[in-house]
Design a protein around this ligand. Structure first.
Ligand SMILES: NC(=O)c1ccc[n+]([C@@H]2O[C@H](COP(=O)([O-])OP(=O)(O)OC[C@H]3O[C@@H](n4cnc5c(N)ncnc54)[C@H](OP(=O)(O)O)[C@@H]3O)[C@@H](O)[C@H]2O)c1
Length: 262
């Protein structure tokens, strides 16, 4: 069954790799990120793989951004995964002349990979960095999940993958804001999972270990990046969940580098 998938954090790292992987599997995409230029780069790569892609630049911690993303996804869903106004009218004409029955509606899905990280001594953690981390990793994730639930319940349900971190169960030092928001993200995901299971909404808490992405360019690390997971490997694992037609729910997935926690 085809998918229409909303991906946040699509302008970089894991979100970008997931977008490209899903495009390679034929998914229609709605991509979010703050940096429009980098978001457009991802969109161009995905379109190059032959799928329909829409974008919406914005901040997930802003009320309304998640609504914008899912409004676009719903419009695509209503038109069967084609560009609104193009595919919809073609399938209408085909149905009218009786040459074909309307195609089955695609499934809605979402991968929430927008996230920010700060690592350093807690006594030097700036207040605005704490607020930004909570705003993106927790409040933003909540807004996105709520909008996903609103959009998918009554439209056949779907899979939602929340990209958290192994820091959601492993309290690294000098990572207070990051760890707190990832623990919170896990609680949020588990709670939503139990609330919306009856509506055929399957939330996955996806907990990767270290992944070699631009996140580490900004935060700095003494870790050996060659031992980290590749974003493309993580993307394949996430796409396997998103595209699974099985009935089973992937409640919590730990996806680690071969050497485990680095
Ligand atoms: N890299 C790792 O080792 C690792 C391990 C475990 C979990 N994770 C998690 O995986 C997720 C993606 O991380 P990554 O490694 O791919 O990092 P990344 O390369 O820095 O990408 C982060 C993405 O999140 C977006 N973003 C950040 N704040 C946002 C906001 N307020 N609103 C909207 N978009 C926002 C960025 O958009 P712009 O660039 O446009 O601002 C970017 O697309 C994060 O949740 C991170 O915690 C990463």
């Amino acid at each position: 069954m085809s998918r229409i998938c909303v991906v946040t954090g699509a302008s970089s790292g894991i979100g970008r790799a997931v977008s490209i992987e899903l495009a390679g599997r034929g998914c229609t995409l709605v991509l979010g990120g703050r940096n429009l230029e980098r978001l457009d780069e991802t969109a161009a790569k995905c379109r190059g793989l032959g799928v329909v892609v829409e974008t919406a630049a914005g901040d997930v911690s802003t009320l309304g951004h998640a609504t914008l993303l899912f409004d676009k996804a719903i419009r695509l869903w209503e038109s069967g995964g084609e560009m609104p106004g193009v595919g919809a009218s073609i399938s209408h004409v085909i149905t009218e002349i009786g040459a074909s029955t309307p195609r089955a509606r695609p499934r809605l899905a979402a991968v929430f990979a927008a996230g920010s990280a700060y690592f350093g001594p807690t006594l030097e953690l700036p207040d605005d960095t704490w607020a930004e981390t909570v705003g993106t990793n927790l409040t933003g994730l909540f807004y996105c999940c709520r909008e996903a639930a609103r959009s998918m319940a009554g439209r056949g349900g779907g899979r939602i993958v929340n990209v958290l971190s192994i820091a959601a169960v492993h309290p690294f030092p000098q990572s207070a804001a990051y760890v707190a928001t990832k623990y919170g993200g896990l609680g949020l995901t588990r709670s939503l999972s139990s609330e919306f299971r009856k509506d055929h909404l399957h939330f996955t808490a996806f907990l990767p270990g270290s992944v070699d992405t631009p996140l580490w360019d900004r935060t700095g690390t003494s870790l050996d990046r060659s031992k980290m997971l590749a974003a493309e490997d993580v993307a394949r694992a996430i796409a396997d969940i998103v595209c699974s037609d099985d009935l089973g729910a992937f409640d919590e997935v730990h996806y680690m580098p071969p050497e485990g926690i680095l």
